[in-house]
Design a protein around this ligand. Sequence first.
Ligand code: ZN
Length: 311
Amino acid sequence: MKELLFLKPVFKETIWGGNRLRTDYGYDIPSDHTGECWAISAHPNGDGVIANGTYKGEHLSSLWKNHRELFGGLCGDQFPLLVKIIDAKADLSIQVHPDDAYAAEHENGSLGKTECWYILDCDPGAQIVVGHHAKNHQEVEEMIRGGRWDAFIRVIPIRKGDFFQITPGTVHAIKTGTLILETQQSSDITYRVYDYDRLQDGKPRQLHVQQSIDVIKAPFVPQNADGETTSVGDAEITKLVSCEYYSVYKLTVKGKATIPNNNPFVNVSILSGSGTIDGVPVKKGDHFIIPAGYGNITWEGELFLIASSVR
Ligand code: ZN
């Protein structure tokens, strides 16, 4: 089908969120503590609605259920991916996600969570938590139970354009002053290890210390991103990562480019500029799905975007 599926984002207020989803992206956000834009999602905690065309007004989950042909007839009871923009005005909790096997057993059959981050923008001197310094699993447990956070947590500097793949069992946290495009498995299972002793409505948020210790992998091994770049017409395509669950690409268009496509579907987030896709206008802040059978994609304009697919 040669029709794009534009989505209405779902917004989430959080204690660490800010207002950049309005000031940078122009979204109508619920408050100045809006941490997440669930841009492409069929997850029950934020099921996106189609904004245009044949399926206008339908939830993405219902398209997945009733029109599987739009997704190349893929298997699975849930639309597999979730794309978010995250505005971290303050630090997010130190956290970890389970893999599919642990989540299936302990979280009512939920998927585990592999995720990846593209740094859209960050303050000078911004940092992020990826990994830990414990030598083995016993030391993980000792450091967590002893509250030795400074020794445990691996904090690294970040710059705009950096990319990180976060596999299950990896301790991680987005920190203050960071805007991120996240592509992840469609899961909402997060184990909080440490929340800086913050209060929300006068109470600390729930921690999941035992589950965290169960799933944290040791020692931490940094992941290298692929980062291979090719040119097609006036576009540059960089494959950021390819794993069991997704491939993520960044695409810069300055002019015109026709890109071959035979994916079951492609998620697209326009992150700067404006232009057209096969004549349909697109601009910064738009998120859409290119369905199965769409075929080659012709981009025109000045655009920067992140795209993902399940292959
Ligand atoms: Zn996470």
